[in-house]
Ligand binder design. Structure first.
Ligand code: NAI
Length: 468
């Protein structure tokens, strides 16, 4: 929509419709604001819904289903005719994405949120320019929430093109690779290595440091790493990726290990070495919005930048680049604009890595708690002693509670095991509500369920374990 040189007056504007932006927009509308979202992509939902969390979880799910179908012989289910149709796998991924992005459109309509498709650029403290397909238009705003997200980092020698791909490319491959190299053994590298290994691809992870999944504790990683290796994933640590040569039919990856140059020729190479905030080319400097040395926008506890009525949330501010963190910050910013006193509190921030078995954490590890001066203890309960986990072929892993010595208040938890991504919410709520291990032990958990392992772990913490 372009009406010439006359600015169009808007109230609350949100740039970006990812899990930060769309949640902020909906919540702001629920709080009575007239909201407009500016989104440059034709589809709503941002990286998470279009080319991140949601499609990757769709692929991970199919890869599990495939493995289950292949390996159900011991349950009396014949696996003689299991077949993988890659184009249908991709079709399923696309259908899940479509459904979720349509969902955002529906939420916007329901909340009377207008969408402007185009790229936004800040002009001054009260207005921005949107480059629409048919020209540019200036809009004024009363309040602005910037939620522009992040993009994959490109490294020298690995220009994204053809068989050198980023995570988006890896999610959308037209042909299933027989051989795949993933550079970076972090979240994306390990999750997608796990999925592709389940599909039967031979995956090599080239990790620059001495360990994969370095965000997690060693005993947690050990279980997930052992399972990756069991499924044929080759993990090379201290591998410095140098370059990739696209040969048309395949790609040759050169890296150094212990000072020696090595090469691997594979079908595709994916670079997953982290993400960069989308804070360039949106005109922050026009307005004087302050950023730190990593390009992250500086904000206060309500998400407010150094300009009073301009907020920033999600991957463009400090902290983990997680969808649920962005959504949480979006709600706080919307409430701040509505005049509420809400502030962020990251004490119970969950994080999940969707490998096999899943890793999920919340709050503090023992080491982090000690760093903060807390006197803590921990208790561990293995899933091998949980009937539901054993019946699900998932005896690997454990629940660990971290709690204060004096009051036995839960301050952190780590779970590695089946459905850890769902189980962690109980412990996030425990931290959020100040629960003690006794509160958890006294809470009746359904039998048989994976969640019983949490109650059993609380019994371990109290020194009165029943099931171990
Ligand atoms: P990451 O930060 O998780 O991992 C990057 C890995 O690449 C690290 O292990 C790092 O040591 C390694 N690395 C860096 N430069 C390298 C080089 N030149 N050669 C070899 N290795 C190198 O980044 P990733 O996996 O790209 O994910 C980006 C972000 O997206 C994550 O930090 C996370 O916040 C988010 N994410 C979250 C997910 C979830 O919540 N389940 C899933 C996927 C991504």
């Amino acid at each position: 929509m372009v009406v010439g040189d006359f600015p169009i007056d808007l109230d609350t504007v949100v740039i970006g419709s990812g899990p930060g932006g769309y949640v902020a927009a909906v919540h702001a509308a629920e709080l009575g604001q007239k909201v407009t979202v500016v989104e440059e992509n034709a589809k709503l939902g941002g990286v998470c819904l279009r080319v991140g969390c949601i499609p990757s979880k769709a692929l991970i799910q199919v890869s599990h289903d495939y493995q289950t179908a292949l390996n159900s012989g011991s349950e009396g289910i014949s696996s003689a005719k299991v077949d993988l149709d890659w184009s249908k796998v991709q079709g399923y991924r696309a259908s899940v994405v479509q459904r979720m992005t349509n969902g955002v459109s529906y939420l916007f309509k329901k909340n009377k949120i207008d969408v402007l498709h185009g790229k936004a650029f800040l002009k001054d403290k009260n207005s921005l320019r949107v480059m629409h397909e048919d020209g540019a238009q200036t809009y004024t705003f009363k309040n602005l929430i910037i939620a522009t997200g992040s993009h994959p980092i490109e490294i020298p020698g690995f220009k994204f093109n053809g068989r050198v791909i980023d995570s988006t490319g890896l999610l959308e491959l037209k042909d299933q690779p027989k051989e795949l190299v993933i550079i970076g053994g972090g979240y994306i590298g390990c999750e997608l290595a796990s999925a592709y290994a389940n599909f039967g691809t031979h995956v090599t992870i080239l990790e620059g440091t001495d360990a994969i999944m370095r965000n997690y504790e060693k005993d947690v990683v050990k279980i997930a790493q052992g399972n990756l290796e069991k499924r044929g994933v080759t993990i090379v640590t201290n591998a410095m990726a140098k370059s990739a040569t696209d040969n048309g039919d395949n790609v040759t990856v050169t890296y150094t290990l212990d000072g020696k140059e090595q090469t691997l020729t594979v079908d595709d190479v994916c670079v997953a070495v982290g993400r960069k905030p989308n804070t360039k080319e949106i005109g922050l400097e026009q307005v004087g919005i302050q950023t730190d040395d990593r390009g992250l926008i500086k904000v206060d506890a309500q998400g407010r930048t150094n300009i009073d009525h301009i907020y920033a949330i999600g991957d463009i501010v400090a902290g983990a680049a997680l969808a649920h963190k962005a959504s949480y910050e979006g709600k706080v910013a919307a409430e701040a604009i509505a005049g509420q006193k809400s502030v962020v509190d990251y004490r119970a921030m969950p994080a999940v890595c969707y490998v096999d078995p899943e890793i999920a954490t919340t709050g503090l590890t023992v080491a982090q708690a000690k760093d903060q001066g807390l006197d803590v203890k921990s208790a561990k309960f293995p899933f091998s002693a949980n009937g539901r986990a054993v019946s699900m072929h998932s005896p690997d892993g454990f629940v660990r509670l971290v709690y204060t010595k004096d009051q036995e208040q839960v301050v952190g938890a780590q779970i590695v095991g089946a459905d850890a991504s769902d189980l962690i919410s109980e412990l996030t709520l425990a931290i959020e509500s100040g629960a003690t291990v006794e509160d958890i032990a006294l809470t009746i958990h359904p039998h048989p369920s994976l969640s019983e392992a949490i109650m059993d772990d609380a019994d371990v913490a109290l020194g009165m374990p029943t099931n171990i």
